[in-house]
Design a protein around this ligand. Structure first.
Ligand code: BTN
Length: 240
């Protein structure tokens, strides 16, 4: 069995905890789930907040035996693993580049991938996942939950299903990268061939039509100035 699973009542952030373990004795396949996080973190420095029982929150440590030149593709592959499981459960989710899981255009799950150590040597990666099971209080219009599409699943069962699928996907990714997932990813994309607006931390927005993803996970957009390629980290995407 690849997974070693620990469950905590409360931690600052399961990603923070596993990152420190990644730098020391943390085992490949170590999983930490938490009932509550006091300092849950999202992408781009955002916070991730959830009440007790509303959200499945966990992180896992995966030690690749080589350097990870293409982390971008990894985050898309992890999103795909989530979408496969959620669709099997009956939730018609879609993917938003790079790795949000949407239900009716609202965010149902988020993924935060962090790399420990030297990107050139064997890479240890912490993959943090938060999936909303119940609507948050004071309903945020941008947030969706599994409950809202009638799927009732316990957090334990959902975690088990996800870990099985993640094992398959991570093993394939380790051997072949993102390429074998690209077509399936695009078929689940919420924005395929749709007009989108891209915002950047530096510089003005760009508008165009989303044309899917390259074999390394980069986003392809047709703009007035021709086809452009965007990499994770430099840009965020909105429907128009
Ligand atoms: C995002 O969409 O911005 C990513 C959200 C990731 C949240 C999960 S919850 C478990 C793990 N621990 C964290 O602090 N963050 C991730």
């Amino acid at each position: 069995d690849v997974w070693t699973i620990a469950v905590a009542d409360q931690v600052d952030s399961t990603n923070t905890q596993l990152l420190s373990r990644a730098n020391s004795d943390g085992l490949h396949g170590l999983v930490l789930a938490a009932e509550l996080q006091s300092a849950g973190r999202g992408r781009l420095g955002r916070r991730w907040q959830a009440r007790l029982g509303d959200c499945l929150m966990f992180s896992l440590l995966w030690r690749f035996d080589r350097g990870l030149a293409e982390l971008a593709g990894l985050s898309l592959a992890v999103g795909l693993a989530l979408a496969r499981v959620l669709r099997q459960l009956g939730a018609p989710v879609e993917l938003k580049w790079p790795n949000d899981v949407l239900l009716d255009g609202r965010k149902m799950a988020g993924i935060l991938i962090e790399l420990s150590g030297d990107a050139l040597g064997p890479a240890a990666v912490v993959i943090g996942i938060g999936i909303n099971l119940h609507e948050p209080q004071g309903v945020d219009q941008a947030v969706a939950a599994l409950q809202s599409c009638g799927v009732a699943v316990s957090r334990n069962r959902l975690l088990a299903l996800l870990l099985n699928e993640l094992h398959v996907v991570l093993t394939t990714f380790e051997a072949q990268g993102f390429a074998p997932f690209a077509d399936e990813w695009m078929a689940m994309s919420a924005h395929q061939d749709q007009p989108v607006r891209l915002s950047f931390s530096h510089g003005g927005p760009i508008e165009g039509v989303a044309r899917g993803v390259a074999e390394n996970g980069a986003l392809l957009v047709d703009t007035a100035g021709g086809r452009k390629i965007f990499h994770v980290g430099e840009v965020s995407l909105r429907s128009m």
